[in-house]
Design a protein around this ligand. Structure first.
Ligand code: ADP
Length: 269
């Protein structure tokens, strides 16, 4: 047990310094172990909820004897929705925890990524009657992994739509700032309260547990976004006013900006 460690204080000599650095190291190991435990507990809990719902519904069928087609349909809908929820969760978990080597040298055109993502989100965008505007600086590309970058944009745009109000809007602006590539995604949604902002990139964190359960996923979207952006040498920032809207700002360093990284002149510039 890591918490039952013997404290060695030590003096100013070599042994004392070693003991202190060992203790410091063990504190880090112990904190990381605690984080892992919390992560696993949350993941187990998230999986258990839909499983329990499925079981209860199947038991209802069992007790009913002869089930009316109406009732049968209801149960099947619930079972299907909960199975889908678990699949999404497991997929997110696999993405977040996978350590596989990705091809990181692809040239990914941002305009193309937005086009695909918006097409996929079009049913939701239409349903909520959202206005989407894109101000895409032409020919902006990033060097990295296409699927991973696609996932970043897709998660952010999906949130911008999901947590938006009816007839709201989403604005996408890409550009270059001090040689960095920036991507801003702004929405007119419900916003994120100030006290929640420091936590939104933590796994399984949701601002409003009950609302997000119906609207959102398991709270793994933003941790994945942060992880991928950082793997590309970039950073993600967020500004939000509750009740007004949210802006996510991605910034990728110049060294990751397409062809410039390789030190040659891009034929398209
Ligand atoms: P989820 O799967 O619940 O959407 P995320 O990790 O993507 O999980 O986001 C974490 C939480 O942050 C969400 O549950 C939601 O409460 C809040 N959130 C994320 N994006 C937005 C946004 N654009 N507007 C308002 N709230 C947001």
């Amino acid at each position: 047990d890591l918490s039952n460690r013997v404290e060695i204080q030590g003096g100013q000599d070599e042994i004392g310094r070693l003991a202190r650095s060992f203790n410091h190291m063990m504190d880090k190991v112990s904190a990381s172990f605690e984080r892992q435990k919390r992560f696993s507990a949350s993941a187990a809990h998230e999986l258990k909820t839909p499983l329990a719902t499925i079981l209860v519904n199947l038991e209802v069928l069992e007790l009913d004897g002869k089930t009316s087609p109406d009732r049968m349909e209801k149960v099947l809908t619930i079972v299907k929705a909960n199975t889908e929820r678990m699949i999404r969760l497991v997929e997110d978990l696999m993405r977040l925890t996978s350590d596989e080597d990705h091809e990181m040298e692809e040239e990914v055109e941002l305009g193309e990524v937005f086009a695909i993502t918006l097409y996929e989100l079009s049913p939701l965008i239409r349903k909520k009657d959202l206005t989407v505007s894109i101000e895409n600086t032409p020919d902006i590309s990033l060097t990295g992994n296409r699927i991973m970058l696609y996932r970043v944009i897709s998660n952010l745009l999906e949130n911008a739509a999901k947590y938006n109000r009816e007839h709201g809007s989403i604005s996408i602006v890409t550009g270059r700032e001090d040689n960095d590539v920036t991507v801003k995604i702004e929405d007119t949604g419900i916003g994120i309260p100030e006290e929640a902002l420091p936590h939104i990139f933590e796994p399984f964190y949701r601002v409003d547990q009950s609302r997000s359960r119906t609207v959102g996923g398991a709270g793994l979207g933003l941790p994945l976004v942060k992880d991928i952006v950082e793997k590309h040498g970039g950073e993600v920032a967020v500004k939000s006013t509750a009740g007004e809207g949210t802006t996510f700002i991605l910034r990728f360093p110049a060294s990751y900006h397409g062809v410039e990284r390789r030190g040659c002149v891009s034929p398209r510039h």
